[in-house]
Design a protein around this ligand. Structure first.
Ligand SMILES: [Zn+2]
Ligand SMILES: [Zn+2]
Length: 366
């Protein structure tokens, strides 16, 4: 098994600034697991994450440059072409080769060691990395590694096809998945077919799929479907609310879920124009527990708070920072009056997700 170094596990491109996801990871380490389970245990609930979105995913162009590397140039091109084709086969996105005189959306090629403004390649670095989700982005493969076209045995080398598939998933806007066999999982770079988790993420970004139990439909007030978050909220293990976690004037959708053993996580979906999913923060692992009741509220002291009442009577209130990242906790943030008012109001399931002045509602498919 070939383990990806921790850098790639952060799900970041090179040159990425400190992001909410990274801050969240640090925060969870700092505070440990609030429900007392092993914080090192892998997240058990399947989930996808997203980090961006293309306005026109049906017209993505790519070019393979810098083919001279540790691998036959033609086979290198063939592995990338095949990875592009795999994503194109979903019907939700389409990659085609850029015209000779056109600027491609994505450029792919070999790099070695220090290169440009990227995180340098080294024995401890990721084996490949990709740029931001926008025109002119890139995928770089570390020329200092041993590669195979498509690994049958992981110790032979890294799979070019599998790695290209994973990095192109990032280019398309997907972040890392907690599902072990997903192409977007962090653990292993080898060939795998696209998993449901990968497809749910892509469908949530670019449409597609048919309504199924566990989906959340984002609807206009007239009931038109704007976007569906696929597979994120099975009703027996999850719940959700609408709340502006980062106080940026547009509401976000929070989904919290637990597995049978009581381990849980919180995921936050942020939206852009047309109430399309733009990015996610989280998963915040360990923030939830089986049977716990979550209530979101604004306090008079200016905090945005997630109050959790556990079955054993314990209560905590964690607050969100300016990025919408869950921070430290103290029930003293909330007065009895504020608590009573919040309980009366309950969690919202309607809000202005894209800040256009119109409200959307979140409707679970049951
Ligand atoms: Zn990755
Ligand atoms: Zn690079």
């Amino acid at each position: 098994m070939v383990l990806l170094p921790a850098l790639l596990a952060l799900g970041l491109t090179c040159c990425a600034p400190e992001t909410p996801a990274r801050l969240a990871a640090a925060d969870d380490q700092q505070h440990g697991n609030v429900q007392g389970a092993n914080p090192k245990a892998p997240p058990v609930v399947p989930h996808f994450t997203v980090r961006g979105r293309w306005a026109d995913p049906q017209r993505l162009t790519y070019r393979i440059e810098d083919r001279a590397g540790p691998f036959d140039a033609e086979a290198f091109g063939a592995a990338i072409t095949r990875a592009c084709a795999t994503w194109t086969e979903t019907g939700l996105v389409a990659f085609s080769v850029a015209e000779a005189d056109a600027k491609p959306d994505v450029v792919l090629g070999w790099r070695r060691g220090h290169h440009g403004a990227c995180e340098p390649f080294s024995a401890d670095s990721a084996v490949a990395h990709s740029g931001p989700v926008r025109n002119g982005t890139f995928v770089h493969f570390d020329a200092g590694r041993k590669w195979v076209a498509d690994a049958e045995h992981d110790r032979d080398g890294y799979s070019l096809y599998g790695t290209a598939l994973h990095e192109l998933g990032h280019v398309l806007g997907l972040g890392h998945s907690t599902v072990a066999d997903a192409v977007m999982s962090t653990g292993v770079v080898r060939s795998a077919p696209l998993a449901p988790s990968d497809l749910f993420g892509l469908q949530s970004l670019y449409g597609g799929g048919v309504d199924a139990v566990g989906d959340l439909r984002i609807e206009s007030e007239k009931g038109e479907l704007l976007v569906a978050l696929r597979g994120v909220a099975p009703s027996d293990i999850s719940d959700f609310a609408v709340f502006d976690v980062d106080a940026n004037g547009s509401d976000d959708v929070l989904v919290w879920r637990t597995d049978r053993a009581g381990n849980g996580q919180l995921m936050i979906y942020h939206f852009e124009k047309g109430a399309q999913i733009a990015r996610t923060t989280g998963p915040f692992v360990g923030a939830m527990a089986s049977g716990a009741e979550n209530l979101l509220m604004h306090t008079a002291s200016g905090h945005r708070v997630l109050h959790t009442a556990y079955k054993n009577g314990r209560r905590i209130a964690r607050h969100f920072d300016q990025y919408g990242v869950l921070k430290g906790f103290s029930v003293h943030l909330i007065s009895d009056e504020e608590m009573a008012a919040a309980e009366q109001a309950g969690n919202a399931r309607v809000g202005d997700l894209d800040g256009d002045g119109r409200r959307e509602r979140v409707v679970p498919v049951q």
